[in-house]
Design a binder for this molecule. Structure first.
Ligand code: PXP
Length: 238
């Protein structure tokens, strides 16, 4: 099982003060040094966290694999074709959402997605489609030539009780098996954290999990003790 880390919220924090820190490139390097198999960033149309120059800087510095999440819209496609990430993950995007809320409706957007996939393949960029664990969507994704699907685990992660969660996990497992049998690569992500990741990581047909928020939140909490102690020793030096 590979682990890809989404570093969008490093940029969220940087943008909160309008300065340069924390740097997405530095954070990506730390993730890679810690053993992450890839770095993910989402260039949103509103540029609320990651910016064009971040994607270009990450392309120069990432030594594992760079996965660029994006909507299939012309302006962002142009950036992606210029930057040439290792993988593009196409997601639906709504301006007012706090994070990606739903999987793509591949069936309803076949033409747009197919054109985008073709353009990426001409540049030798692999493509992943972020979809719900639904048979028709997986089959449609295969039909239009994607290389990988990313199964949306958000509903599983947010399930209100164990019974519901177990049912949703079974849907993810079935979806992963179907996608694998169709020759697709299988990623999974959204809402995965330190308490719900194990059953997903145990699904043999899933190649990679993509995790952002939980890891950045954890980094803040496990790092806080040391950060306070270091500052305390500075302010009490004299
Ligand atoms: N995969 C996709 C397609 C996403 O849009 C996101 C959120 O940016 C993630 C994975 C990571 O989700 P989270 O931040 O909840 O771990």
């Amino acid at each position: 099982m590979r682990l890809a880390i989404n570093i969008d919220h490093i940029a969220t924090l940087r943008n909160a003060r309008g300065g340069r820190e924390p740097e997405p490139v530095g954070a990506a390097r730390m993730c890679e040094e810690a053993g992450a198999h890839g770095i993910v960033c989402h260039l949103r149309e509103d540029r609320r966290h990651i910016r064009d120059e971040d994607v270009r800087a990450l392309r120069r510095s990432v030594t594992t694999r760079l996965d660029l999440e994006m909507a299939a819209v012309d302006e962002i496609i142009r950036v992606a074709l210029d930057v040439v990430p290792d993988l593009v993950t196409l997601v639906p995007e709504r301006r007012r959402e706090l994070t990606t809320e739903d999987g793509l409706d591949v069936k309803a957007n076949k033409r747009t997605l197919q054109d985008a996939i073709k353009a990426f393949h001409e540049k030798k960029i692999a493509v992943s489609l972020f979809i719900n664990p639904v048979r028709e969507q997986i089959e449609a994704a295969r039909e239009i030539g994607t290389d990988v699907i990313e199964i949306h685990t958000g509903e599983y992660a947010d399930a209100a009780d164990l019974q519901l969660q177990t049912g949703l996990l079974a849907e993810i497992r079935t979806a992963a098996a179907l996608a694998k049998s169709l020759g697709l690569g299988v990623n999974a992500g959204h809402g995965l954290n330190y308490t719900n990741v194990l059953p997903v990581a145990a699904i043999a047909d899933i190649d990679e999990v993509s995790i952002g928020y939980a890891v950045i939140v954890r980094a803040i909490s496990v790092g806080l003790d040391r950060a306070v102690k270091e500052m305390l020793s500075l302010v009490q030096q004299t």
